[in-house]
Design a protein around this ligand. Structure first.
Ligand code: GLP
Length: 249
């Protein structure tokens, strides 16, 4: 379940190659996408690869995990803006192909319901990419989130606000609420890849390694998934017994 790569670049290049091959072999694949610094080199490698070896992405559908409440799609710190910058605009995906929860809709309850429903209507996610928060959150499912949750509104924890406010020049602009795909929506994906890189993720990865499925550590639910792989760079894997890691060179 735990795979380790020598460094972040090799991990990113492996994951982007896998995404490329999956899109090539199943052009109408439904991909669940994540944001955050961990994903940036993955999207960069994928966009470069598609530029070098063009691929028809016209039938691809993407669903993002989450969005801040209160940030419009045009806000530079919104996840919608991030996805356009990092991937969608580079590989020329059209808006009709890319689903993100809206952080500025009028009826948030309806938005939540419709987001989970849409994923199921389109046949479910074939592959979900995940990052992880330093408190073990996946998407924005903070510790304590029930494992049977669907898309919902979250009050962000102090830990997450402290971690993510690094992206905001004016820290007071950091939203305190978000909308996130639920844990059950994530677990219904047919395959899941969780990525973690950097020494600041070593502690949470060791906690995940030792944890039984427990709502206090949201990512631990993944241990119940039949097709989960956890990809780490050497720094993030530093506190996991090396005998338990599969090395990928
Ligand atoms: C945010 C996102 C998560 C992501 C996490 C890790 O909180 N909601 O989906 O996994 O950040 O981000 P990073 O990759 O920047 O460490």
């Amino acid at each position: 379940m735990f795979y380790v790569f020598p460094d972040e670049q090799q991990l990113a290049s492996h994951v982007s190659e896998k995404l490329y091959q999956r899109i090539a072999s199943q052009p109408d694949i439904k991909l669940g996408l994540a944001t955050g610094s961990t994903m940036e080199p993955v999207y960069r490698h994928l966009a470069d690869k598609i530029r070098q070896q063009p691929l028809n992405v016209g039938a691809l559908t993407t669903f993002n995990l989450d969005e801040y409440i209160g940030l419009a799609a045009s806000h530079p710190q919104s996840y919608n803006y991030y996805m356009h910058q990092q991937l969608f605009d580079k590989i020329l995906l059209e808006d009709r192909q890319c689903f993100l929860p809206s952080g500025t809709c009028n009826n948030i309850e309806q938005e939540c319901r419709q987001y989970s429903d849409k994923i199921r209507q389109l046949g479910g996610l074939d592959l979900q990419l995940l990052g992880i928060g330093t408190n073990g959150h996946i998407g924005f499912n903070e510790p304590g989130t029930p494992f049977d949750s669907r898309t919902h509104v979250v009050e962000l924890s102090a830990n997450t606000i402290a971690d993510n406010s690094r992206f905001f020049t004016d820290k007071s602009q950091m939203p305190t609420k978000a909308i996130t795909m639920g844990i059950l929506d994530i677990m219904e994906a047919r395959e899941i890849l969780l990525l973690a890189t950097g020494a600041h993720k070593a502690e949470v990865m060791a906690r995940l390694f030792h944890s039984q499925p427990d709502t206090g550590m949201p990512a631990s639910v993944l241990k119940q998934h039949p097709r989960i792989k956890i990809f780490l760079d050497a720094s993030a894997a530093a506190l996991i017994p090396s005998s338990q890691l599969t090395r990928v060179e």
